[in-house]
Design a protein around this ligand. Structure first.
Ligand code: HEM
Length: 225
């Protein structure tokens, strides 16, 4: 069969053994990615491939780069290689060395930077689930006989906890029944009593589905006047 070889183009003349070990040229845009990837877990646990040119040792390159001291990276020599279980998340004693990683004082400092949560402890029977139950109970939470056209002047009169209305997105709601259920507290919610609360609501928690939560408290529509 050797008579075939000279008629083949030069790229086809390589023997199968040499073609399987020839590294893929980087400028070959159609070259498929090596699979498994040279640095994959699969490869590291499989028998070492027979490269004519030894591939770069991942361990050596890791040694070249000094890992940050607080990353808790374990470079293992175990036969499992990279398949070894991840390092334990149990806190190590800090021995007074402040790394900024798992150190509790550093965590506290981070917490101080984060925006403080302003949720309040709700009294028993005033959870979100309790509110859902109340709104689906059929109890009147509007306090009005029918759908109202509410002027700004009228809205302003409803500004006490026992009789609090607020406008959101052009609709007026009786917020009195919701006051003890509000996770942000009654005082926060009372800030919008007797006025348009859309802006403050959106600034505080635009993700809250207020229309749905207060649909049984709807009094009417806000009109000019
Ligand atoms: C009537 C309309 C409102 C409804 C239905 C409502 C509902 C809620 C809900 C469901 C939460 C819990 C949010 C969460 O866990 O992510 C919450 C939290 C809160 N709400 Fe409201 N809210 C209303 C109006 C307001 C207004 C006008 C204020 C004014 C400042 C306010 C201030 C807060 C605050 C400070 C929190 C705690 C935020 C946090 O978890 O950090 N809410 N509200």
């Amino acid at each position: 069969m050797s008579w075939l070889v000279p008629s083949l183009p030069t790229w086809a003349r390589a023997t199968p053994a040499s073609s399987s070990t020839t590294p893929i040229e980087e400028d070959d845009v159609d070259a498929p990615p090596p699979f498994p990837l040279l640095n994959s877990h699969q490869r590291s646990s499989a028998p070492a491939p027979s490269f004519s040119v030894a591939p770069p040792s991942p361990k050596k390159s890791l040694e070249d780069v000094e890992p940050p001291s607080d990353l808790n990276i374990a470079i293992s020599d175990s036969p499992l290689g990279n398949m070894a279980p991840p390092p334990s998340t149990v806190k190590k004693p800090s021995f007074g060395i402040q790394t900024g990683g798992s150190d509790p004082s550093a965590q506290e400092a981070k917490g101080a930077v984060k925006k403080k949560r302003a949720k309040v402890a709700l009294t028993p029977g005033h959870s979100a689930l309790d509110w859902a139950r109340l709104t689906s109970s059929g109890e009147d939470l509007r306090g009005v006989s029918g759908f109202q056209r509410v002027t700004m002047a009228e809205l302003k009169e409803h500004n006490t906890p026992d009789d609090a209305w607020s406008a959101f997105n052009g609709m007026v709601y009786n917020i009195t029944p919701y006051l003890p259920f509000h996770p942000g507290g009654e005082d926060e919610l009372m800030r919008v009593a007797g006025r348009d609360g859309t802006k403050l609501f959106m600034l505080t928690h635009s993700w809250v589905n207020m229309d749905f939560m207060l649909k049984e408290c709807m009094v009417g529509v806000l009109v000019r006047g």
